[in-house]
Design a protein around this ligand. Structure first.
Ligand code: BG6
Length: 480
C-alpha cells in the first residue's frame, strides 16, 4: 500500500528531469546528538542551551549512531543525494587547527561518507552550518578575522582528508546566522539590532568563503565547491514610493549584499548606496579591507555551484520607529513581530497563507528568486536548491500506517513546480534537497517543529514514514 495511486500522489509535478539531483538535507548539530562523545569539542550552542534549559541538542535523532538506518531509508525512498555537514569540533575540538585532529571524529565522517556512497547517495557536504567552535566564538566568531584563517585551515584539512566527497559547500546561510545572532537575538550571542556586527559578520564570512574557494582551486582539489544562501524575496506592502524603497533596503540587507559579494565579487554601486543608508539610519559601520575585494573578485569567477535555500518571502512596509522583534518559537500563529528601524517592518499579506510559525507560504517567490539570479548575475554557476521545506506540529498515530502530511506534499509540489518552471525558462537548476530527511532539532524552536520525510520519535528513536516520503519516492521513479 503506497497510500494512494501514483496519479493522486503526483500532482502538478508529473516528471522530474533526467539526472536531477534528488535529495534531502541535514546539519550535524541538528541530527547527530552525542555532543560530548568521542572527543567532540563544544560549539557556540552547548552552554547557551544548557543555561537556557528549554531544549537539549541530545539525543536529537542520534544520527551519530543511527546513520546506517536513516541512509538506508533515504535510499529506499529513491533519493540519490544527501546534504550533510561536518561538525568542525568533532575534527578539531577547540576549533584551532593542529597537526593532531581528533581521530574518532575523522573516522566517523569517513564511515558516514562511505555509508552514503554504499546507498548510492551522493554526499553534498557543508563545512559550517551554524556551529562555530566555542573557543573561536568566544573570541568574536566571524567578527574576528582569526576565525577566517582557522576556517581556511579546517577546510583545507577536510579537502585533503575526505577524498570521498566531490561536492563541497563552505558556509550555510550567512544572513540567517547574522540575523539570529545580531538582529533578532535568537542565536548566541543574542544581540538585538546590532547592525554593524550583522553586516560585518556577513562580509567576513564572504571573505572566508572566497579564501577557501581560491585555495580549493589553487591546490587543484577534485570536485566542486560553492556557497549556500537563503534568499527571501522582498515585496512592498503597497505601491507607495516609501514602501517600495523599504523593500529595496530590506532586499539589500537580506539578499543583494550577499549575492553581489558572491557572484560579482564586489558590491555594486546600487548595493553600496542602499547598505550605506541602512548603516547611517542605525549608526552602524562596515569595514572592508582593500585586499578583501581582490579575494572576493578572484573567487567570484571560480564558484562551481550556488546553493539556494528557500522557505518564504517577506512583505515589507516603510518604518522609522524603534526596532523591535518577537520570535515565534512555539508555533503560536500570528505572534511574530519584526520592525527594523529604517529597513522596513514586516506586514502580513492576507492573500499569502502562513505556517504556525508565521512563515509565509509563497512558492512564486522561489520562481522569482531563480529568475532574478539568472537576470542580475548572468555568470551564475549551476544552482541547487539546498533547502526548502515546511515545519509543522505532528504526532505519530500508531493506528495508522503513515503520518498524513498532505500539506507538506502540497508545499513541496508547488515549490517544485516553481523550480521546474524557472528551469524550463532556462535557469540552470540541477537539483533539490528537501529540508529535511528526518525530523530534527530546530535551533530556536526545539523539537515540535517537524520538517522530515521520516517521523522521529525522539524518546524511543523509532522512525516512521510520512505520506510525503511515499510521494517523494513516487517522484524519484519519474526520472528514469
Ligand atoms: C535553515 C537552516 O535556515 O532553516 C536550518 O539552514 C534550519 O538549519 C531550517 O533548521 C529551518 O529553520 P527552523 O528555525 O524552522 O529550524
Amino acid at each position: 500500500n503506497d497510500g494512494g495511486s501514483m496519479s493522486t500522489l503526483l500532482k502538478r509535478v508529473k516528471k522530474l528531469p533526467k539526472g536531477f539531483v534528488w535529495g534531502a538535507a541535514t546539519a550535524a548539530y541538528q541530527v547527530e546528538g552525542n555532543t560530548n562523545l568521542d572527543g567532540k569539542g563544544k560549539i557556540m550552542w552547548d552552554d547557551y542551551l544548557k543555561n537556557q534549559g528549554n531544549f537539549s541538542p541530545n539525543p536529537a535523532c542520534d544520527f551519530y549512531h543511527r546513520y546506517p538506518e536513516d541512509l538506508k531509508i533515504a535510499h529506499n525512498l529513491g533519493l540519490n543525494a544527501i546534504r550533510i555537514s561536518i561538525a568542525w569540533t568533532r575534527i578539531f575540538p577547540n576549533g584551532y587547527v593542529t597537526d593532531e585532529p581528533n581521530e574518532a571524529g575523522v573516522k566517523y565522517y569517513h564511515r558516514l561518507f562511505h555509508e552514503c556512497l554504499k546507498n548510492n547517495l551522493v554526499p553534498y557536504v557543508t563545512l559550517h552550518h551554524f556551529d562555530s567552535p566555542k573557543t573561536l566564538f568566544d573570541q568574536g566568531d566571524w567578527l574576528n578575522r582569526e576565525m577566517i584563517d582557522e576556517f581556511v585551515k579546517y577546510a583545507d584539512f577536510c579537502f585533503q582528508e575526505f577524498v570521498e566527497v566531490d561536492n563541497w559547500f563552505t558556509i550555510n546561510e550567512l544572513i540567517s546566522l547574522a540575523m539570529c545572532q545580531y538582529i533578532q537575538g535568537t542565536f548566541p550571542p543574542n544581540k538585538l539590532f546590532d547592525v554593524s556586527d550583522a553586516i560585518q559578520a556577513q562580509h567576513n564570512e564572504l571573505v572566508a568563503h572566497a579564501k577557501v574557494v581560491n585555495l580549493f582551486k589553487a591546490k587543484g582539489y577534485k570536485g566542486r565547491i560553492g556557497l549556500i544562501h537563503v534568499i527571501q524575496p522582498v515585496y512592498p506592502a503597497t505601491n507607495s514610493e516609501a514602501d517600495r524603497h523599504a523593500a529595496d533596503l530590506r532586499d539589500a540587507f537580506m539578499n543583494r549584499f550577499l549575492l553581489d559579494g558572491t557572484l560579482l565579487g564586489f558590491y555594486s554601486d546600487r548595493t553600496r548606496h542602499l547598505i550605506k543608508e541602512i548603516l547611517v539610519a542605525n549608526n552602524a559601520e562596515l569595514h572592508i579591507l582593500p585586499e578583501d575585494l581582490e579575494i572576493l573578485k578572484q573567487a567570484s569567477k571560480q564558484n562551481d555551484m550556488l546553493g539556494i535555500n528557500y522557505y518564504q518571502n517577506q512583505t515589507v512596509a516603510s518604518y522609522d520607529g524603534p526596532s523591535e522583534t518577537y520570535h515565534n518559537g512555539n508555533g503560536k500563529k500570528g505572534s511574530s513581530v519584526f520592525a527594523f528601524h529604517g529597513v522596513g517592518k514586516d506586514v502580513r499579506n492576507p492573500a499569502i497563507p502562513t505556517t504556525d510559525w508565521d512563515w509565509n507560504i509563497y512558492p512564486e517567490g522561489l520562481y522569482d528568486v531563480l529568475k532574478r539570479i539568472a537576470h542580475d548575475y548572468p555568470d551564475y554557476p549551476v544552482i541547487y536548491i539546498t533547502e526548502n521545506g515546511m515545519g509543522a506540529k505532528e504526532a505519530w498515530d500508531s493506528s495508522k500506517e503513515y503520518l498524513d502530511d498532505n500539506y507538506r506534499i502540497d508545499f513541496i509540489d508547488q515549490h517544485l513546480a516553481a523550480i521546474l518552471k524557472a528551469r524550463n525558462e532556462g535557469v540552470n537548476v540541477q537539483g533539490y534537497f528537501l529540508w529535511s530527511l528526518q525530523d530534527q532539532f530546530s535551533w530556536s524552536n526545539g523539537y515540535n517543529k517537524r520538517y522530515g520525510l521520516i517521523y522521529v520519535d525522539f524518546a524511543s528513536q523509532d522512525r516512521h514514514l510520512k505520506r510525503s516520503a511515499l510521494w517523494f519516492k513516487a517522484l524519484s521513479k519519474t526520472m528514469k
